[in-house]
Design a protein around this ligand. Structure first.
Ligand code: KG4
Ligand code: ZN
Length: 355
């Protein structure tokens, strides 16, 4: 089955043509980073307008690179949740229009399910690990989400959250700390690069959510601690202190993510731990997760970077699994800013008492 996927939930306009077995025929991503960079974060209204300008050219490019026409695809898949409402609407309307014009089935895909299944994508000419078998535990850490999941299958009903962040997402913390240090946007790659030349022990920052039994995360306190440090010592210039501060912050984030991810995989008794989301590009996270998984006898599966960041190939693949089951959302597709995956962690609070 050949599926055209469309993704517009945040600041990337994506379209991809993917086979239901994961083979990626094309994967086109138009990034809006330049549009949002002056603001140090995503501006929702600017995102919608940019999606509107780019969604048709990006779809055309994806079809052309795959060497297929719209008439030749078997169905469409579009991100319908969670994300920025205005941004989601652009993709959903475009996909519905194309599906209707061609009389093709269309399914909505939860963006988080897309991230969790990205590990099954197969890119040409790209080195990648063999995909895991179900069940596995996945750490999804991006600019908008940070959570641990157990996946027993590709369906929403078989994916369960084990714990999530109570406040900021890990990528959001990188971006906010970079902003307060005057480093630019997105902050993750910049801090990653600076941290490489720093000494994490040189700056004392308290560890976030240290409780071993909890699989929840919290990063806003850590960000505030960096702010307090800057208020006390002044904002460092482009010097060793800046690198040490970045290294200390990154170490705290990575330690928290890795410890909890490995604990979750052990507790669930699964063989594989999967990394997903833009933060999975982090050099220290990859290395630290590799060492900790090895020590715990768990297989770590890290998809290629282009599968980790926002893309439409993962949406096409997740949608293909729904289409294969004969599901069709024609006439029923609704957009929502919230995920369909049941949430365990309440923002700013603790574990929900009952389901
Ligand atoms: O998955 P993604 O592309 O988009 C979202 O769905 O959010 O993730 C983007 C996030 C940004 O917050 C960015 O700062 C972070 O991933 N990121 C990194 C690195 N590369 C990207 N964080 C830490 N280290 C990196 N090397
Ligand atoms: Zn994402």
């Amino acid at each position: 089955m050949l599926v055209l996927g469309i993704e517009t939930s945040c600041d990337e306009t994506g379209a991809a043509v993917v086979r239901s077995d994961g083979e990626v025929l094309s994967d086109v991503v138009h990034s809006q980073v330049k549009v949002h960079a002056p603001y140090g974060g995503v501006v929702p209204e600017l995102a919608s307008r940019d999606h509107l300008r780019n969604v048709v050219p990006v779809v055309r490019e994806a079809l052309s690179r795959a060497g297929v026409t719209l008439a030749e695809v078997d169905g469409l898949a579009v991100t319908c949740r969670p994300g920025l409402s205005g941004a989601l609407l652009v993709g959903v309307q475009a996909a519905q229009g194309l599906a209707w014009a061609q009389g093709k089935p269309i399914v909505g895909v939860d963006h988080l399910v897309g991230h969790l299944l990205a590990v099954f994508l197969r890119f040409a000419n790209t080195e990648q690990p063999a995909p895991p078998e179900f069940p596995f535990v996945a750490l999804l850490a991006s600019g908008g989400h940070t959570a641990l999941y157990r996946a027993d299958g590709p369906e929403v009903s078989r994916i369960h959250e084990l714990g999530a962040t109570r406040d900021d997402a890990a990528g959001e913390a990188f971006d906010k700390v970079a902003k307060l240090l005057g480093l630019g946007y997105p902050g993750g790659p910049i801090i990653d690069r600076l941290a490489k030349e720093g000494h994490a022990e040189a700056v004392d920052l308290p560890a976030p959510m240290r409780r071993k039994d909890s699989l929840e995360f919290s990063f806003s306190g850590l960000k505030t601690n960096v702010l307090r440090w800057v208020e006390k010592h002044g904002r460092p210039g482009d010097d060793q202190t800046l690198r040490d501060l970045c290294a200390a912050f990154q170490r705290r984030v990575v330690d928290s993510l890795v410890k909890k991810a490995v604990t979750a995989a052990q507790r669930e008794g699964v063989r594989a731990l999967v990394l997903a989301g833009g933060v999975a590009a982090n050099r220290e996270l990859r290395e630290s997760a590799r060492l900790a998984s090895e020590a715990a006898g768990i297989r770590l599966v890290v998809p290629p970077f282009k599968a980790c960041t926002d893309n439409a190939a993962m949406i096409a693949y997740a949608g293909a699994q729904r289409l294969l089951r004969g599901e069709n959302d024609t006439g029923l597709l609704r957009m929502s800013p919230n995920t369909a995956l049941p949430r365990l962690t309440r923002k700013g609070r603790g574990i929900r008492r009952e389901a």
